[in-house]
Design a protein around this ligand. Structure first.
Ligand code: ATP
Ligand code: MG
Length: 344
């Protein structure tokens, strides 16, 4: 297959306060990827309207997520930071992909089932179509690598299927228009580290989510030290001491979750954490975890507040990023039109 220039793309929805799961599963990884790749990081506002939303809060949350990107250390000059709706090619390519993706593929998507809940007939068409727009987000930049949390694995597989089917369906045109044997790369998910799926602090079987109504289920990046300590102390656990080996975490989702969070925050493995804390009671471990979380998150919180006080700066970052993103997305969309046979 044709070789593609390596490029990273990922997005975060402006659906509420960012939390520790978003940080460890996504933002922290976004920052790391900057050292090795050109990166495009997007506040995916078009995804946020797939569920009922308040327009005033959406605009506010878009600026807040952008502020969090910057606060975590994403460099918007070296890389591209923007909000999705600024670049119409995302929605345009999504329509072409709607005609490539199969209904049977979308029917298998578990995020739709979870978010639509019992009243599926009443969910928006956009919520159903969410993974197709996500494929367009990635592929309109012909991105090759996508750092995400574990919950997005299935959507990434769908993106690969769409890219593959487009390349197959239009193989002859792709060659004729000078793009070799493949127009889109098959984007690779980067789901790595000890905290790819941070669980709710109240329920070890549920993912930590922005949209979770229980405040105590998550640690927000804007929580102050006192709140973080309180939430860690109140996190659900079991009565046993911590094991010394990884195997001892089997069947103990809450313990596994807290150990994973500690490991990810401290850039070590779960095995290393258990080497230190094996045999300790949760009270001891939770104190250490609270202290570590406060040490790592407080500087980010301070930066978020600083950026939040300067919405003009945030808006300039988004405008500049949007302009630069379009410089890449526009020509890709032009080529897609040529390949598909749409006169321009
Ligand atoms: P929502 O509840 O609105 O879907 P969310 O918390 O799932 O919000 P998203 O904006 O959907 O956040 O996801 C942004 C990124 O954060 C994605 O890469 C996603 O995989 C990652 N992510 C979300 N939740 C977690 C989690 N609990 N652990 C690790 N990564 C996560
Ligand atoms: Mg989500």
């Amino acid at each position: 297959m044709a070789s593609f220039t390596e490029r990273v793309f990922s997005g975060v929805q402006p659906t509420g306060n960012l939390h520790l799961g978003n940080y460890l599963g996504a933002l922290k990884r976004f920052v790391e990827m900057q050292a090795t790749h050109p990166c495009i990081y997007c506040v995916v506002d078009l995804h946020a309207i797939t569920m009922p939303h308040d327009p005033v809060k959406l605009a506010q949350a878009t600026r807040e997520v952008t502020a969090a990107f910057l606060a975590c250390g994403i460099d918007p000059v070296k890389n591209i930071v923007f909000n999705q709706s600024r670049v119409p090619e995302h929605a345009e390519l999504a329509w072409v992909f709607d005609c490539v993706a199969r209904i049977g593929w979308l029917n298998r998507m578990t995020q739709f089932k979870e978010k639509a809940g019992k009243d599926r007939e009443n969910a928006s068409v956009g919520l159903y179509n969410y993974p197709v727009l996500m494929a367009a987000d990635i592929l309109v930049y012909r991105a090759t690598h996508v750092p995400v949390g574990d919950d997005q694995k299935q959507h990434l597989e769908l993106s690969r299927d769409i890219a593959q089917k487009f390349n197959n369906d239009f193989a002859a045109r792709i060659t004729e228009t000078g793009h070799g044997d493949a127009f889109f790369p098959l984007p690779e998910p980067l789901i790595q580290g000890p905290a790819t799926r941070v669980m709710s602090l109240r329920d070890g079987s549920k993912k930590m989510s922005k949209s979770d109504p229980s405040e105590n289920s998550l640690i927000a990046l804007t929580d102050d030290a006192e709140t973080i300590a309180q939430k860690v102390r109140r996190a659900k656990t079991d009565p046993d001491a911590l094991p010394s080996e990884i195997e001892g975490l089997a069947g103990r989702p809450e313990a596994d979750n807290l150990v994973g969070i500690f490991a990810a925050l401290n850039d070590e493995t779960k095995a290393a954490v258990l080497k230190t804390f094996g045999g300790a009671q949760f009270s001891t471990f939770k104190n250490a975890l609270a202290e570590l979380a406060i040490t790592k998150l407080s500087p980010i919180r301070a930066e978020i507040l600083r950026y939040a006080a300067d919405p003009g700066h945030v808006d300039r970052v988004l405008a500049d990023g949007g302009r630069r993103a379009r410089e890449i997305a526009g020509p890709v969309m032009d080529s897609v039109k040529d390949i598909v046979g749409l006169i321009r």
